[in-house]
Design a protein around this ligand. Structure first.
Ligand SMILES: Cc1cc2nc3c(=O)[nH]c(=O)nc-3n(C[C@H](O)[C@H](O)[C@H](O)COP(=O)(O)O)c2cc1C
Length: 384
């Protein structure tokens, strides 16, 4: 499976083409829209989320609710387009002056993108580097999630840290699944949640922004997705690439992650056990469900650190690209904290790689056959 997205932040729409989705997968507009709505929620988002309620149009590849095996084309119209159509018009009559951006924002792609592509107007950079593009990725991820759900894989996420506020206690999967979706910051621990909300509020008053950490968890993966045989088939590497490519993600950890560099082997590696009912399993899951680039059958745990949003309402110093005069950075309507939204994008990024890995291992053209093969493989593993 592969996909491409196109579309500017204030352009007419986001467009996606997904190729390689097997035939016979049940998918509705509601499946996709509910994921798009999750991406738009979360405390700390900016004014734009109030203007837009993203909805998708499926324009090909699905008939009567089922995928056909042909490319799937998705469109998400930008609701704000009416206000931007002369500014973002592809025609020669476009208004290129009124929203000209020449004061690059520290932490955003503005300056380096303008130099790379030879633009004077940094709007030509920010329109595509913006995280608006993640709406398309979430739409794609919702299809990947449908594939995973047919294969009995459960995938969900939660926010662990915002700014200085971090969940300190161990949370059960049940708690995370029950509490996180009902939390305004997708945090499963109510005490930390209220501290997070306060910190976002205080930060907003200062015109500043916040980052944090989220975790994506996938349950019931079989042993053996991915491979150790080539660098680009290792599933840990592929997951890291997919998650790291999300705007503002600066670190990706699997299992114990960076803590594993601080402890001796006896406190890092998972001891191997055998049970006649379960087959082989590990006593602990410090590796986070992946060893040698292969899934171990234990829960997959991927954590990502998001930096604070680069657009500050109290802007940092910058230099005007045209006049070279020191000036505060430009401001655009922006989020104060988008870690909850990023966790939804993270789920989509992980779901995509897992669905790809399933199709590589069990792939064929029909969803029904893939389900059968996965079931047979699960039985084979249990009987070893
Ligand atoms: C869900 C989400 C929402 C974001 N919202 C904003 C925003 O409103 N304003 C902003 O300046 N950056 C926002 N960002 C981050 C920027 O897009 C990102 O920092 C920028 O593209 C530079 O890329 P880099 O941080 O990956 O190097 C958001 C990121 C995500 C994942």
């Amino acid at each position: 499976m592969r996909f491409l997205t196109a579309g500017e932040s204030h352009g007419k729409c986001l467009t996606t083409i997904i190729e390689g989705v097997p035939a016979g997968l049940f998918i509705t507009v509601d499946h996709i829209n509910s994921e798009l709505a999750r991406r738009q929620s979360g405390y700390g988002r900016g004014g734009r989320m109030k203007i837009e309620k993203d909805t998708v149009e499926i324009s090909s590849g699905v008939r009567g609710g089922y995928t056909l095996g042909s490319p799937i084309a998705l469109t998400i119209i930008n609701k704000d387009w009416e206000n931007w159509k002369t500014i973002m018009s592809p025609t020669t009559s476009a208004d290129l002056k009124s929203r000209f951006v020449s004061r690059p924002r520290p932490g955003h792609a503005d300056l380096f993108g303008a130099i790379k592509y030879g633009h004077q107007d940094m709007r030509n950079v920010l329109e595509r580097s913006s995280a608006r593009e993640t709406a398309a990725r979430v739409a794609v991820g919702s299809i990947a999630k449908r594939i995973l759900s047919m294969l009995d894989v459960d995938i969900f996420s939660h926010v662990i840290r915002i700014g200085q506020q971090e969940v300190k206690r161990e949370l059960s999967f049940e708690e995370i699944k029950k509490n996180a979706p009902n939390s305004p910051v997708f945090c499963a621990d109510s005490k930390t949640e209220s501290e997070m909300l306060k910190e976002i509020e205080q930060c907003k008053l200062k015109g500043d922004t916040l980052g944090g950490i989220f975790e994506v968890i996938a349950l019931n993966l079989p042993i053996g997705l991915g491979s150790y045989v080539h660098w680009d088939r290792k599933l840990d590497g592929r997951l890291a690439q997919s998650v790291m490519s999300i705007q503002a993600i600066k670190a990706v950890e699997i299992g114990m992650g960076k803590d594993s560099g601080e402890l001796p082997g006896s406190k890092v590696h998972d001891e191997i056990m055998y049970d006649s009912q379960k087959g082989f399993y590990q006593k602990t899951n410090r590796a986070g469900g992946l060893i040698g680039g292969i899934t171990t059958g234990a829960p997959l745990r991927v954590r990502a650190t998001m930096k604070p949003i680069p657009t500050l309402m109290q802007p940092l110093s910058s230099v005007d690209f045209i006049s070279k005069v020191n000036s505060p950075a430009a401001t655009e309507r922006s989020d104060v904290c988008a870690v909850p939204a990023a966790s939804v994008v993270g789920e989509a990024a992980v779901a995509w790689v897992l669905a790809q890995a399933f199709l590589e291992m069990f792939g064929c053209d029909q969803m029904q056959d893939i389900c059968k093969r996965v079931q047979e493989y699960r039985t084979y593993v249990r009987q070893i």
